[in-house]
Write a protein that binds this ligand. Structure first.
Ligand SMILES: *Cc1c(COP(=O)(O)O)cnc(C)c1O
Length: 369
């Protein structure tokens, strides 16, 4: 018997026959993109699901990030985290803005508000934190600093689909929040994304910007981009939305089983979302400490030999990549927590179709070392 390969994540897809009626509808409508019927439906349905009033769909999360910065006319320096997927900082370079890296809190893996103030200069206009692993940032601490210094806050909430914090959607915090519906995320439309925004006027501006800047047939109000979600993606999103609660429930079961199975393993530290978080269990990150018999990278390699494709999210740090490492704030001495965590982190496989026997195989490999 060949052993199953366990990727770190596997996209959750509906049975194909359930998608056929949606495709038939698109073929009948002959409306393929540009605010079609499924696009309209999905914006409404997701807004309702999250409990937010305004949301604009995008072709992917990166275009949503880039457009969010333009929506608020951000410029100059933006304070952000080095501990994220590279798209967070890339969206700043695409807008000619300078990322200023601030260290993370080693318990939440998120931007540490206590370190933000020291990084503010007269050129600072915004803070772009990430709800890493869907663990809520210190949203109050960040907002207090933003209010004091007149800065905007744009959350990269790509990991935070469906996460609730203190009994409301985490997406209600900050000026804007960005989601990704990439294949690897908790909710996928193959590729896709969205901006959550507070009012109709902002949504209007976003809708112009994602459609080349067209305000009407003859008026172009800004050098916008083509960031529109198409009807195929939106239709799939409508179907996926009927399944996502079940998918998150399954992830929670797996999360519990990992916590039980790894609780006593010496040298493995389990991470916890902050209190009052209803988590989506998008990832299962652990820290491989010096008490563990082998190094993080050796464990990663051993798991690969066992066909378990754990991933080092996030390693390397964004601030260590060639296009960022020359920045003054990218100096490793400025980012000791992020440096330390990125050398110890390992994300274990978690996805709805992972069965308990697979999960036990993962635990056995780690515990057996
Ligand atoms: C996935 C991801 C993105 C980018 O989203 P895409 O939809 O793939 O463009 C941005 N930021 C973070 C933190 C992500 O994980």
């Amino acid at each position: 018997m060949t052993r199953k390969v366990l990727p770190v994540t596997r996209p959750d897809l509906p049975p194909l026959e359930e998608f056929i009626p949606y495709l038939e509808q698109i073929w009948e409508n002959k409306w393929l993109t540009n605010n079609g019927p499924f696009h309209v439906q999905l914006e409404q349905a997701l807004g309702k699901y999250f409990g937010v009033d305004h949301l604009a769909l995008f072709a992917n999360g990166t275009l949503a990030l880039i457009t969010a910065l333009q929506t608020l006319r951000i410029s100059g320096e933006v304070i952000t985290t080095p501990y994220s997927f590279v798209a967070t900082s890339h969206s700043l370079l695409w807008n000619d803005m300078q990322p200023v890296f601030v260290d993370i809190d080693p318990l939440t893996m998120n931007l540490d508000p206590r370190r933000i103030e020291a990084a503010i200069t007269p050129r600072t206009t915004a803070i772009m934190p990430v709800h890493c692993y869907g663990y809520p940032c210190d949203v109050d601490g960040i907002q207090r600093i933003a209010d004091t210094y007149g800065l905007r806050v744009i959350y990269d909430a790509a990991h935070a689909f469906g996460v609730r914090y203190r009994n409301e959607s985490l997406l209600r915090h900050g000026d804007l929040s960005i989601l990704s519906f990439h294949a690897t995320k908790v909710f996928n439309t193959f590729e896709g994304g969205a901006i959550v925004c507070p009012d109709a006027k902002t949504k209007q501006r976003i809708d112009y910007l994602k459609n080349f800047g067209f305000a009407d047939e003859v008026t172009v109000m800004a050098p916008g981009i083509n960031g529109k979600m198409n009807e195929f993606q939106a239709a799939l999103g409508m179907l996926q939305l009927t399944r996502v609660e079940h998918a998150i429930a399954k992830r929670r079961e797996l999360d519990r089983a990992y916590r039980e199975g790894l609780a006593g393993v010496r040298g493995i530290t389990l991470l916890q979302p902050p209190a009052a978080t209803e988590h989506n269990c998008a990832y299962f990150p652990v820290l491989v400490e010096s008490e563990f018999p082998i190094s993080r990278d050796d464990l990663y390699a051993r798991m690969r030999q066992a066909d378990i494709l754990a991933r080092r999210y996030f390693f390397p740090l964004i601030s260590d990549m060639p296009m960022y490492r020359g920045l003054p704030s990218a100096n490793p001495s400025n980012l000791p927590n992020a440096q330390s965590v990125s050398r110890r982190i390992l994300c274990l496989p978690i996805y709805p179709s992972l069965d308990v026997a697979d999960l036990e195989r993962v635990i056995d490999v780690i515990a057996g070392i």
